[in-house]
Ligand binder design. Structure first.
Ligand SMILES: Nc1ncnc2c1ncn2[C@@H]1O[C@H](COP(=O)(O)OP(=O)(O)OP(=O)(O)O)[C@@H](O)[C@H]1O
Ligand SMILES: [Mg+2]
Length: 331
């Protein structure tokens, strides 16, 4: 993998301390988000998406592997530099209310963001705040309000303005639209995409909303039980998913395949296995519609962990019996 300077993860593993022992929430993930592009990260609840994002910003558990931001690794360097590089990565998540102090005005919240404006005098600071509010489509008068006086969509815009105040290299968006009414989601997504075009940050966009992912992502990565099982340019992935897990995930969203009247794949059945004791071989095999449970002779799925296709290919899947891009299963 070549490091082009946005966000790169090399073989990143994160373990949590669960009630019954360690849980490997992220297991050997490699991923590249070049500057100015968005990678959408999807997968069922518990697959490790938030854990991955939190590892990137250095929250909670330490990780194994390597993470670089703007071409530089920020672990192990001197504390001052770690802080500086850390500022280059900003995380915006689902609930703007936990990100914004209810007693602070919007002005204070933005100004406080990672000490972004320390070198600026009062007038330039005020100007910068106005610029940022304008950037996220808010009226300058919002600066004097507290979060309780704003709508959910406006609060999320403030959270974005706050993240962008430091001109980040990487923006991690974890379910940023989930708490919002459907009517304001599209506007926020369009805004984020436009901001990215203008500012050029790399974005990891985590969402359960596949239509939103499609709207903003250049590439989509699909996560299952701590692993990335498929990666492809967005339209390739949506039109020709190769991993049976991806197909099942997509078939739950009929609006993504307007031409088709019924689900293309049986909907996902069964529970997500306990990540503390993942299945052997391919982790998806007990639930897989084309795996050994339904097709004798595919014992390899339970025995051997499938590797992703060669790095460097745009469309990669980690499956012993992947679908062809035209939707035909080879068996
Ligand atoms: N702080 C923690 N301590 C222990 N286990 C954790 C912790 N945070 C997450 N986990 C476990 O790690 C796994 C991955 O969780 P994570 O929150 O990263 O998933 P997710 O993909 O973001 O899910 P969702 O779509 O629901 O947000 C889960 O099994 C979860 O129970
Ligand atoms: Mg999450």
């Amino acid at each position: 993998m070549t490091d082009r300077g946005g966000l790169t993860l090399y073989d990143v593993t994160v373990r949590h301390q669960g009630p019954f022992g360690p849980v490997t929430a992220v297991d050997g993930v490699s991923l590249e988000v070049p500057p100015g592009t968005t990678v959408g990260l999807v997968g069922e609840s518990g697959s490790g998406k938030s854990t991955l994002a939190r590892a990137v910003v250095g929250l909670d558990s330490p990780y194994a592997g390597r993470i670089t931001v703007g071409g530089r690794e920020y672990r192990g360097r001197r504390a001052a530099e770690r802080r500086r590089l850390g500022r280059q990565v900003q995380l915006v998540f689902q609930d703007p209310d936990t990100a914004l102090d209810p007693r602070m005005t919007v002005r204070q919240s933005i100004a406080e963001s990672a000490g972004a404006f320390v070198p600026l005098d009062r007038r330039s600071r005020e100007q910068r705040i106005r610029q940022l509010l304008e950037l996220v489509g808010l009226d300058a008068a919002c600066a004097d309000r507290v979060p309780g006086e704003l709508s959910g969509g406006q609060r999320q815009r403030v959270a974005v303005a706050r993240a962008l105040a430091v001109d980040p290299t990487v923006l991690l968006a974890d379910e940023v639209t989930s708490a919002l009414d459907v009517s304001v989601r599209a506007a926020l997504l369009t805004m984020i995409r436009d901001l990215q075009r203008r500012m050029g940050f790399a974005m990891l966009f985590i969402s359960h909303d596949l239509a939103a992912v499609r709207h903003v992502s250049d590439v989509v990565a699909v996560m299952y039980l701590g692993r990335i099982v498929e990666t492809a340019p967005t339209e390739d992935l949506l039109r020709g998913p190769r991993h049976p897990y991806t197909r099942s995930l997509l078939s739950a969203v009929p609006s993504l395949h307007p031409g088709r009247r019924q689900a293309v794949e049986p909907l996902l059945s069964g529970e997500v296995p306990d990540p503390a004791a993942p299945p052997t071989g391919c982790r998806f095999h007990p639930r897989c519609p084309v795996g050994p449970a339904r097709h004798p002779g595919r014992e390899v799925c339970a025995a051997r962990d499938p590797q992703q296709d060669a790095a460097g290919q745009p469309h990669r899947a980690a499956c012993h019996f992947p679908y062809r891009a035209d939707g035909v299963h080879p068996a």
